[in-house]
Design a protein around this ligand. Structure first.
Ligand SMILES: C[S@@+](CC[C@H](N)C(=O)[O-])C[C@H]1O[C@@H](n2cnc3c(N)ncnc32)[C@H](O)[C@@H]1O
Length: 218
């Protein structure tokens, strides 16, 4: 963790009560200080071992990336990869996405990637799904008008739920596919760790883009 400290922007919860933290605590990231440049910023929420964000950052050096991950052991692996591979444009938040607005300045983000978020089909866990009303309200605080959420999942029921939630929350949905690897977007696709596992088992991958409409879609 020490060796990776320079690319870790924040860690843990600012106070025990997440709801209170989300509403009251503010420590906005100074992008210019964090990255040494003021380039467009994109987020990945639930980055896992960091394979996707490492490859994306390598392919698009003219953007800056913040990878968000709840689990400390997992984020450590991701950070070690970025340090080892000497990728200059990725930083990390080791926090629950519930408190993203504490750290990400309002309407400062161009794109949010949600790669293989856990579907959590049990009714009682809806609030924890990363495309529930609660999280979409958070992403709306972070995204610029015209900014996008790009979702990939192997779970068609979770995908259908997410498409419905995007629309109900005023996002415009586009570029929908239920078979990404056979689609026109296959060539540019960066395969994540979970995606590789699922497709090796024969699962089809769903993918869509949800565009934030600003106040019009409020
Ligand atoms: C199923 S894994 C997918 C990992 C990676 N995106 C991939 O496609 O290989 C989901 C990841 O999201 C993280 N996660 C789940 N809920 C989260 C939350 N509320 N905030 C931040 N990370 C979260 C988990 O710890 C886990 O690493």
């Amino acid at each position: 963790m020490e060796a990776c400290g320079r690319i870790l922007l924040a860690r843990g919860k600012p106070c025990r009560n997440l709801k209170e933290a989300a509403e009251t605590f503010r420590a906005p990231v100074d992008y210019a200080a964090a990255f040494g440049s003021d380039r467009p910023v994109e987020l990945e929420v639930g980055c896992g071992n960091g394979g996707f964000i490492a490859e994306l950052a390598r392919r698009v050096p003219e953007k800056n990336y913040i990878a968000v991950e709840l689990c400390t052991n997992v984020v450590l692996t991701a950070m070690e990869r970025i340090v080892r591979e000497d990728i200059p444009n990725v930083r990390f938040l080791n926090i629950p996405a519930e408190i993203l607005a504490c750290y990400i300045p309002p309407h400062s983000v161009d794109r949010i990637y949600l790669n293989f978020s856990t579907p959590l089909p049990e009714a009682g866990r809806e609030k924890q799904r990363l495309t529930s009303d609660r999280f979409l309200a958070i992403y709306k605080q972070l995204l610029k008008e015209g900014g996008e959420i790009v979702q990939k999942t192997d779970s068609a029921p979770f995908f259908d739920y997410s498409l419905r939630k995007f629309r109900e929350n005023g996002f415009e949905v586009k570029d929908v596919t239920y078979d990404l690897h056979a689609s026109e977007w296959a060539a540019e696709n960066i395969v994540t760790e979970y995606e590789r596992n699922f497709s090796e088992k024969g699962c089809r991958i769903c993918r869509a883009v949800a565009v934030y409409q600003g106040e019009r879609g409020a």
